[in-house]
Design a protein around this ligand. Structure first.
Ligand code: WTA
Length: 655
């Protein structure tokens, strides 16, 4: 992403977008007093939301913050997440309401199987059955179940079935490699894995089950694998270990009463990248998380009964957990779930879907918006998008140019855009406009939601009123991560030690402007955000150095017009190994095998040494400057100043 043109767009426009009056009039939140009311008493604000859920035992205390950073929300309460997402809607007579319009990638060829109307009653039936299947496989309360699935309704069923019986799910994004699945199953000691034979991608089945088979053999704790037959590819099934989803569900007992869970029982684990090579197992608990995602989903998306809501994220990321599964289902929403690629069979697939189901809310990531922008206006132009009334963005800062395109070409200049800032760790949205209240500025996530408090601190830890610094959250919130799985000390060190245990270190730099708007600048740690996917530089480096030809590697993120950031790798091959395009290709494949395709370096530069200080520390800042083509100034303190020229030359060669 080049800086100057973006700045032009901003200066040129300096436009602000107040909520359209008709939208504001009809909005759930259009009284600005909500911010003050929530700030005056955040605990009653959140308690109000919690009370809208169905409790098995009411809670006694809203928040126990006596031992920060260990928050306990809604203590004494007992609740079941699946009962709140399913049973209460069915009991209220809404069993036939559509939870998901599911659309297969090959919908036009697949007959009635290609487009399914998934009702709340069907989800409840399948969830109870699959919960009994899990029980039959020896899964009980507190046990971990792995889920490695494409975008199928069964993925949601598997998650809900876990919550039904108090098992803890650990979903791994379907694009990750076998190695990543294995590592995440190993560290969480998952007993069962739910997967599919294959996933359909641009018309072709991409194997899942057979791809991970050899890794599964190395997991002694993993007793069973349940396989959804999506593509009929018939992967090998291991006798006694592997079973077919459809057969198991068809013969299972259809009744499984919801397990009464303590408010603070763990709900799920989700591994995400941090600043070390080892992913962090974020732990979310039951009642606080459910309260947070229910409240934010309703407020931020101004959710009404007749909305058709589409969160186009993957279920394997936190956005899918919070805003495809738990928030929307708890709110009884009707959603769209699309299985496949956005450009298959044509680049207008999403817009065809919007038109077909009359989608009214669309929530996606800037990286997708930038692709659509590049493909051209003609694709959305082919379809009637007049059903849309609200647009959302998540995952990375949205550049003003993409924001304006989204607003104009997708939203027909009539839909407010909610740019929602949050993280896997926060569980739900934290900083975002309320669409009926907030005047938006393209590129700014605007202000913290009611009940949320943020601050920006400068290098001397002083609060910044107008200006840039480190973003922190200064009050506990119900969806906050409670710990890192089996690494409680790392949780405290990573997020809470820096400013004194009651202040959460986000890891992003941000700026308040003179109107009190927050602009997220980017990460301050070694996390790279590629197409909205979080990766750690160390994770990629450790994958690279595990290759026999590599002696040393350093990885940085550089700005990229399409993917937000892209990975550049600097590699020193082992003695006697020849570098060049072949090694580059081999290393890309190696990283894909170790982590997943999304972690492959965009560019690889080779050198006999990496720029280091005399004490031997790799100078990443210098690598970033090399990649950005900046003037490097005095490099004489380097151990071998010559390597810089060689690297600069390679970077510039084909730019
Ligand atoms: C970035 C995704 C700017 C940020 C929900 C954060 C954003 C990280 C935005 C979390 C946004 C997310 N504007 N930056 N609207 N949303 N980010 O855990 O750097 O995958 O810390 O959660 O993405 O990524 P994660």
């Amino acid at each position: 992403m080049t800086q100057e043109p973006e700045l032009d767009v901003l200066l040129e426009t300096e436009r602000t977008f107040p909520p359209p009056p008709a939208f504001a009039d009809a909005a759930l939140y259009n009284d600005p007093g909500v911010y003050e009311r929530a700030a005056a008493d955040p605990e009653s604000w959140w308690a109000g939301w919690a009370e809208e859920l169905d409790w098995i035992e009411p809670f006694e205390q809203v928040l126990d913050w006596s031992d920060p950073p260990h928050a306990k929300w809604f203590t004494g309460g007992r609740i079941n997440v699946s009962a709140n997402c399913l049973d209460r809607h069915v009991e209220a007579g809404n069993g036939q309401r559509i939870a998901f319009y599911w659309e297969a990638e090959d919908a036009d060829q697949a007959g009635p199987e290609g487009r399914k109307e998934i009702t709340y009653a069907w989800l409840l039936d399948q969830t109870q059955r699959f919960a009994n299947v899990l029980r039959g496989l020896g899964v009980g309360k507190g046990d971990v179940v792995g889920i490695f699935m494409p975008m199928l309704p069964e993925a949601a069923v598997a998650m809900l079935a876990c919550t039904r019986i108090g098992a803890v799910h650990n979903v791994v994004f379907g694009g990750f490699s076998a190695e990543s699945v294995k590592e995440r199953m190993e560290v969480s000691e998952a007993k069962v894995l739910v997967t599919a034979d294959a996933t359909l991608r641009r018309g072709n089945p991409v194997p899942m089950k057979s791809q991970i088979d050899s890794a599964l053999d190395e997991l002694p704790v993993m007793k069973h694998v349940v396989v959804v037959d999506r593509c009929g590819t018939g992967p090998p099934m291991k006798e006694g270990r592997d079973l077919d989803w459809a057969g198991a569900v068809a013969t299972a007992d259809p009744v499984c009463p919801p397990e009464p869970m303590d408010a603070e029982d763990p709900l799920y684990l989700l591994y995400t990248s941090g600043s070390t090579a080892k992913p962090k197992g974020i732990v979310h608990t039951t009642a606080g998380y459910l309260t947070h995602v229910t409240a934010t989903h309703r407020m931020v998306f101004d959710l009404k009964d007749d909305d058709v809501y589409w969160c186009a994220a993957d279920i394997g990321w936190v956005t899918g957990h919070s805003y495809i599964v738990y928030g929307p289902l708890a709110n009884g929403a009707t959603s769209i779930m699309y299985e496949g690629a956005p450009d298959y069979p044509e680049k207008d697939r999403w817009w065809e879907i919007v038109e077909r189901y009359r989608a009214s809310i669309l929530y996606t990531a800037p990286t997708a918006i930038r692709s659509f922008m590049k493909w051209g206006d003609e694709y959305p132009g082919r379809h009637d998008l007049s059903s849309l009334r609200l647009l959302g963005s998540v995952g990375e800062p949205i550049n003003p140019r993409a924001w304006l395109w989204y607003h104009e070409k997708i939203g027909g200049s009539r839909c407010p855009i909610v740019d929602t800032w949050w993280q896997t760790e926060t569980g739900g949205i934290m900083i975002s406009p309320l669409p009926g209240l907030t005047t938006t500025k393209p590129g700014s996530a605007t202000v913290p939601l009611p009940g949320i408090e943020a601050a920006i601190l400068d290098s001397e830890d002083k609060v910044v009123k107008v200006g840039a610094g480190t973003l922190v959250l200064t009050k506990p919130w119900p969806g906050m991560a409670r710990t890192l799985y089996r690494e409680p000390d790392r949780f405290v060190e990573t997020y809470w030690d820096r400013y004194g245990r009651d202040t959460y270190l986000v890891g992003d730099a941000a700026r308040w402007d003179e109107d009190g708007y927050i602009w997220i600048v980017g990460r301050i740690d070694d996390v790279i955000n590629v197409s909205g996917h979080r990766l750690s530089t160390m994770e990629v480096e450790s994958a690279l150095v595990s290759h026999p030809s590599v002696a040393e590697a350093a990885v940085i993120g550089v700005n990229d017009e399409d993917t937000g950031q892209a990975i550049v790798a600097f590699v020193t091959p082992r003695d006697g190994v020849e570098d060049g395009p072949e090694l580059t290709a081999e290393l890309r494949q190696h990283v894909a095998d170790r982590i997943g395709k999304l972690a492959r370096p965009r560019k690889t530069c080779f050198a006999s040494d990496l720029p280091k200080t005399r004490s031997g520390k790799i100078m990443r800042r210098l690598l970033r400057d090399i990649a950005a083509g900046k003037d490097l100034g005095d490099v004489s303190t380097l151990r071998d100043p010559g390597v810089v020229d060689s690297l600069s030359e390679q970077i510039n060669r084909d730019q």
